[in-house]
Design a protein around this ligand. Structure first.
Ligand SMILES: *Cc1c(COP(=O)(O)O)cnc(C)c1O
Length: 454
């Protein structure tokens, strides 16, 4: 049967016979089968029965300018006629060169080299390996460890999983993972009443400083998600922490890896989150929104001095011999260039400030809900944390899966919300309109009402 004649029911049945879905307990699909999407347009996805869903989470935070964006499609069509792929070892192509130039010109000052990979986890692996290898090339062979924050997330491959800290994804694989040093996250959800984000984040930095002081000799790098720990329930912290961290990493001779895979490309209100702290990391990992959500691609940007420690005669074996088959894929690079063109032509970062204000207004009343602990926002990300007891701040038992109830209600009403535990969040494509923001908020409100009934 051709997929043109498929219905939700027929495609779902075939799917469940052969597919194994990501981040899923497959048994859950008995009760709630996967939704087959036939087409997308702007913020909307449409299933095979013609039902539409507002993509409030940008298809896992990747989509920036809507589905089926004509400008990105046109760029891809043109690229397809020229070159779909060529290896990037010993060869090069215009999209890879142009994109590296553009990223370097947009990134915080001092990042002058671009290494490509093909997904976020791979970019994190690259940054970890490069940092370790840099110190080795410099003779600092004792440096073999990494510092990470509690509640952090850096991907699912073993190295990335090791430096992450979300127990749900990590715990099972613990025996396979390298040993890391974990420092308490500056997560401002846990700030004391009356204390500001900046005060809380500054106070929490002391533990990081002490850890650096104690372990600098054996540590290659600190890895952080600047400003928002997205997979860690959209927990947020103050830019002050990043400033203190940058200064301390310099003092103690440790690299700073900024994982901007989720927060990059305008999500936090600036093109890159690091800009809000006016810092330059030693490595900046990019993926997700890099291609506007059209193709898998990742990049790691780094400093010239780091690049130079690898630059030597081949026989000295100091080269970075890491590769992925699809490194710097021309189609992915072309989509990324089209996405960056949209940023420039439409002044997207500036324009998003009014969208962010709409998001704030549309969700302001959520804070008064008896089962909402907090509404927090960072640019184009808004998170609403459901809680069992507001005054005592006790969470719902996770087994109750309250967020799943919100998810189901959203689907019924045509809004794709995919809560993280009990945290409902909006991370929409930047082409969302104010009425669509209101619809999204209204459906979330109803969902929270339903989910927090006894
Ligand atoms: C999604 C994510 C990753 C992993 O990227 P993948 O492309 O899913 O491998 C790494 N770090 C952060 C902060 C992410 O949000």
């Amino acid at each position: 049967m051709s997929h043109k004649q498929a219905t939700n029911r027929t495609l779902t049945a075939r799917d469940l016979a052969v597919l194994w879905h990501p981040c899923s307990q497959m048994k859950d699909y008995e009760a709630l089968p996967p939704i087959p999407i036939r087409r997308g347009e702007g913020v909307w996805l449409e299933d095979f029965d013609g039902k539409r869903y507002l993509d409030a989470i940008s298809s896992w935070w990747v989509n920036l300018f809507g589905h089926a964006n004509p400008r990105i499609i046109a760029a891809l069509r043109e690229q397809l006629d020229d070159l779909e792929h060529v290896l990037l070892a010993g060869f090069t192509h215009a999209p890879a060169v142009e994109l590296a130039e553009r990223l370097i010109s947009l990134a915080p000052p001092g990042l002058s080299r671009c290494f490509y990979a093909d997904n976020g986890s791979a970019a994190v692996e690259v940054a970890l390996k490069m940092s370790f290898h840099y110190w080795r090339n410099r003779g600092a062979v004792k440096k073999t460890r990494f510092i990470t924050l509690s509640n952090s997330y850096h991907g699912e491959t073993l190295g990335a999983l090791a430096v992450g800290n979300v127990a749900l994804y990590k715990q099972t694989y613990q025996p396979l993972l390298m040993d890391v040093i974990t420092v308490a996250s500056p997560d401002c959800f846990h700030r004391e009443a009356g204390s500001s984000w900046a005060e809380h984040s500054t106070r929490l930095f002391e533990q990081m400083r002490q850890t650096l002081e104690q372990h600098a000799e054996e540590v290659c790098a600190v890895i952080v998600e600047p400003l928002v720990q997205c997979a860690g329930n959209m927990r947020m912290y103050d830019p002050r922490y990043l400033q203190l961290l940058r200064a301390a990493c310099d003092d103690y001779g440790v690299h700073l890896i900024a994982d901007e895979i989720a927060v990059g490309f305008g999500r936090t209100g600036t093109l890159f989150a690091c800009e809000q702290a006016a810092i330059t990391p030693d490595f900046m990992c990019l993926s997700k929104g890099l291609t506007g959500g059209y193709l898998p691609l990742a990049a790691v940007l780094t400093r010239e001095e780091i690049y130079q420690t690898f630059y030597d005669d081949y026989q000295n074996l100091s080269a970075f011999l890491h590769s992925h088959s699809y490194t710097g894929n021309p189609l992915g690079c072309r989509a990324a260039l089209a996405s960056l063109d949209i940023f420039a032509q439409d002044r997207v970062v500036e324009r998003n400030t009014s969208l962010a204000a709409h998001l704030r207004e549309a969700t302001a009343e959520f804070a008064d809900h008896p089962h909402v602990a907090e509404v927090r926002q960072c640019g184009m990300i808004v998170a609403i944390e459901m809680i069992k007891n507001k005054s005592r701040r006790t969470a719902y038992p996770w087994q109750e899966r309250r967020g799943l109830r919100v998810y189901k209600h959203g689907l019924k009403k045509g809004v794709l919300l995919r809560p993280l535990g009990d945290v409902i969040y909006f991370m929409p494509p930047y082409v969302i309109t104010p009425p669509e923001i209101e619809l999204m908020a209204e459906v979330a409100w109803e969902g929270i009402q339903l989910a927090t009934r006894v």
